[in-house]
Design a protein around this ligand. Structure first.
Ligand SMILES: NC(=O)c1ccc[n+]([C@@H]2O[C@H](COP(=O)([O-])OP(=O)(O)OC[C@H]3O[C@@H](n4cnc5c(N)ncnc54)[C@H](OP(=O)(O)O)[C@@H]3O)[C@@H](O)[C@H]2O)c1
Length: 166
């Protein structure tokens, strides 16, 4: 909608199809099907300008390699490392930050609560008119909450994981 060519990655063929065919991603690939860097290089041989990071780890390293000069990283999450028992060393190719003059900025959603109204107006409109698609995976009952939370790490959810209380 803002004129970007958007590449997504997800952990199954069904999710990749959802991104491509329903959500309007220009390209999507299965990060479990092979090297993230190889798949990204194949889809974006000229590199990328922005990487929105929800994952960290191998995907962040691939993005650091693929980003163009003056590229930007929005650091939102690092789910690939949340269950590590020992702190993992940082990306092995962080030196790209220097050579390519990259910018990386952390994002915490609650810093932007003053703009929630604007967000709901704009993005709510996209949902109402069908320009933006979403799915929910709904677990029913508080007793399902722990399994629903753990399911985020194995990717059982498609779209937002919701626990519906009675
Ligand atoms: N900064 C903030 O303010 C903020 C706020 C909320 C959430 N977050 C972060 O944003 C990210 C997304 O959160 P969400 O609540 O919307 O969850 P979500 O994307 O609905 O669910 C998590 C998904 O992450 C994927 N995943 C799990 N383990 C992975 C791994 N090792 N490598 C790559 N992908 C993996 C799974 O999908 P696949 O099947 O594709 O693997 C899973 O479905 C998380 O990192 C979360 O911590 C940040």
């Amino acid at each position: 909608m803002r004129g970007c060519r958007v590449i997504g990655s997800a952990g199954s063929e069904a999710k990749v199809l959802f991104l491509r065919e329903e959500c309007g991603f220009d390209i999507a690939f299965d990060y479990k099907a092979g090297s993230v860097l190889e798949q990204l290089n194949l889809e974006a041989p000229d590199g990328i300008d922005v990487y929105f990071d929800n994952v960290g780890g191998e995907t962040l390293e691939a993005a650091l390699s693929a980003l163009r000069v003056h590229g930007r990283i929005i650091a939102c999450g690092g789910i690939s490392g949340y269950n590590e028992e020992k702190p993992r060393p940082g990306p092995s190719n962080l030196f790209n930050m220097i050579t390519k003059r990259l910018t990386m900025k952390g994002l915490i959603v609650r810093d932007w609560l003053d703009r929630q109204g604007d967000f709901e107006k704009e993005v709510g409109g996209y949902f109402r008119t069908g320009k933006l698609k979403n799915r929910e995976t709904v677990a029913k009952g508080i007793d399902q909450a722990v399994d629903a939370f753990l399911g985020l790490f194995s990717g059982v959810n498609v779209g937002k994981m919701v626990v519906k209380l009675a």
